[in-house]
Design a protein around this ligand. Structure first.
Ligand code: F6R
Length: 339
């Protein structure tokens, strides 16, 4: 219905404050006073790692949808550091332009049904690229045919000339560019918790202690680093569905024992964040009930150097989210000259 407007186009132009709000709602992590603390884009979460590692991002669309991607391209290029190529769908098909397995191809389409864009999607898929859809139509051919995607949620667009979809497409692509690194997202989830346990053993017992120390000293959240072998001798009593627990289970001689720790914590419905070696997530927790921090594999004795970095970032982001002073934590001095 056109309401007070004479035409749908006029109505849809005026709807943009609302349609943009709808587009952004649900994609943001809320902090205090309704301020946005970060970006979620939940529809992409299983493919974010692949996207971040891609060699190139291709935006593919037609008409207004192509223009939306063109408008947002500079911010994507600047913030992701990944080269971005623009493709008009029909031109890509005419040229049979090269697309590689290491590419992320992002298909932008209001309707999700545009034939050229759909055909370009089939072409990109057959070349092995990760295919992401940005559409305004749930269940459309492009939404169904892509590996993952974002729903614009701009509301139905009836006027043939696309207006409100254009601004929502730009907003979504900018959000994509601003998408938080993994640890920021994790910190946003944990920012209101009272306490955090960190289980490590062997080379990474120190990592667990150091993570807990960093979290305590800067974010002022209680945290405890525990040698995993002690779990059954007391700490297990704390485990429930709410207390967040980080288990360091990267590949080394302790891996089997840490897998057993994970099983025991899962049996008590523990809220687990597993630090594992890249590519191990599926096998560490096949039922998908854990969150993961994946790190590259290095020599066992050097693994603590790699493992602590995301945990330092976690402490940092937790502190910023909780509104405390990162560089001068409460009651602490850089150099303690008194006993
Ligand atoms: C112009 C216009 C078209 C569409 C194009 C792609 O106002 O609406 O240029 O943008 O046909 O359509 P979608 O976005 O549905 O793939």
């Amino acid at each position: 219905r056109k309401g007070n407007f004479e035409h749908f186009m006029e109505k849809e132009i005026h709807e943009q404050p609302d349609s943009l709000t709808m587009t952004m709602r649900g994609q943001l992590i809320r902090g205090g006073e309704q301020k946005a603390k970060g970006i979620l884009l939940g529809g992409l979460k299983d493919h974010l790692k692949t996207m971040r590692r891609s060699r190139r991002i291709l935006f593919i669309g037609c008409g207004t949808s192509y223009h939306a991607a063109l408008a947002a391209r500079p911010v994507v290029e600047e913030l992701s550091g990944i080269p971005v190529t623009m493709e008009i769908a029909s031109d890509l098909l005419d040229r049979q332009g090269p697309i590689y397995r290491e590419d992320t191809a992002i298909f932008v389409s209001q309707s999700g049904e545009t034939a050229d864009t759909l055909q370009a999607l089939e072409y990109a898929k057959s070349n092995g690229a990760l295919c992401v859809g940005i559409t305004n139509t749930v269940g459309s051919a492009i939404a169904r045919g892509t590996h993952c995607g974002i729903h614009l949620n701009a509301g139905c667009e009836i006027g043939v000339a696309s207006t409100k979809a254009y601004t929502s497409q730009i907003a979504v692509i900018v959000m994509l560019a601003l998408l938080d690194k993994d640890m920021k997202e994790l910190a946003a989830l944990l920012m209101d918790e009272q306490s955090l346990l960190v289980f490590g053993r062997g080379y990474n017992y120190a990592t667990a202690l150091e993570c807990a120390l960093k979290v305590k000293e800067v974010s002022l959240m209680h945290a405890e680093g525990i040698v995993a072998g002690e779990m059954k001798h007391g700490p297990l009593a704390l485990v429930d569905e709410t207390l967040p627990i980080i288990v360091i289970a990267t590949r080394d001689a302790s891996l089997n024992k840490q897998q057993s720790v994970i099983q025991q914590l899962k049996a008590r419905k523990g809220r687990l964040i597993v630090m594992c070696t890249e590519g191990d997530a599926e096998f560490m927790c096949p039922d998908g009930t854990c969150r993961f921090i994946e790190v590259p594999k290095v020599q066992d004795c050097l693994q603590p150097i790699i493992n602590i970095v995301p945990l330092q970032l976690l402490a940092y982001h937790l502190t910023v989210f909780r509104g405390f002073n990162v560089d001068q934590p409460r009651n602490l001095a850089k150099c303690v000259t008194t006993q």
